[in-house]
Design a protein around this ligand. Sequence first.
Ligand SMILES: Cc1ncc(COP(=O)(O)O)c(C=O)c1O
Length: 403
Amino acid sequence: MDTQAGPNTQEVIDLYAKYVIANYKRLPKVAVRGEGAYLWDADGKRYLDLFAGWAVTGVGHCHPRLVEALRRQAGQLMYMPNTWYTEPQARLAEWIATTGFGGKTFFCNSGAEANEAAIKLARLHAGKGRYKIITFENGFHGRTFAAVTATAQPKYHEGFRPLVPGFRYAPLNDLGAVEKLVDEETCAILVEPIQGEGGVNLCDPEWLKALRDLCTQRGMMLIFDEVQTGVGRCGTWWGWQVSGVVPDMMTMAKQLGGGTAIGAMCAKPEVAASLVPGTHASTFGGNPLAAAAGCAVFEIVRDENLLENAKTMGAYLRQRLLELKQETPMITEVRGVGLMVGVELAQNGADLVAACLEKGLYVNCTHNTVLRIMPPLVITREQVEEGIGILAEALREWKPAGH
Ligand SMILES: Cc1ncc(COP(=O)(O)O)c(C=O)c1O
């Protein structure tokens, strides 16, 4: 228990009820503090955070080096318009290029914006009226208009039609279906190397290679949405490095800023050249504060060997989950790469997630039946054990539906 007095939980919830638009289903908790893999609520209760804020706090909550980098930058220069040069933005673009496929980066503020930039650049670069983009069923690319249209899940489209023209949807890992959709107006294929919101669905590396070949043959852009998979989550800097299939563009956000709002789109230099002045912009994109945070995140991942940790802890976590699967019919499959892990459940997992939370473990359930575990990359073996212990207990007490 934390002895620090926090705000009153009910008071904060009441203020939300009065003044904040209720577009999120919120947990009845007020978060006040985080440190590494732990979180505290306003009542002083501690939680093991195996979700890392939707894969945002990849280096853990309030990593001292990240806090120091922010403090330093905040005292020096927080903002300048993009009509000026600033060093943190330059350094962050260098990090993205050197850990990835080279390329040049445009900065924005979120994953959806990063995808908007990629979609606009794909059309711009292709020219000649080529505007169609192929995306994949159960994918997720954000909530702005083009990004939500790219998101091939009807539930996100309801009430918003007409959507942006030009998007075509194919099943994941189905080459024939993609080939059928390609025509002379298609300018790009947009895909997550591992689908996150869609239920931690893995792409077949051979299929990704075939998409690469198809894009090269037809002069289309292969765009990887690395918003959830990027910056070390898969045990590699970028999710595409697991398959070795190199995209023409990649988009990123979440873990990139360690908790500050930043998004980015990196494109091969010859493609990036099409984004000339006047075509696209963002007031806050690549601001010194968020960019300094981004640089600190890369330094921490490198200096603390977090790619290796993501690999070994990810393998250990999956092994422990497979052992749990032996003990309960409520787990039907364990899948994932690095620290992006999905546990397929025999029924809707909302109650299980709520029970885990009451026991001090924060995880998430997506696509109704997929328990999603995305710990911070700094997770230790002991913390994995702690999480498995709580999950095992919650699973033992979990009643099958209808009982
Ligand atoms: C793969 C992917 N792309 C895009 C987004 C949208 O990012 P944001 O919420 O920062 O706009 C998300 C968010 O969950 C995501 O997982």
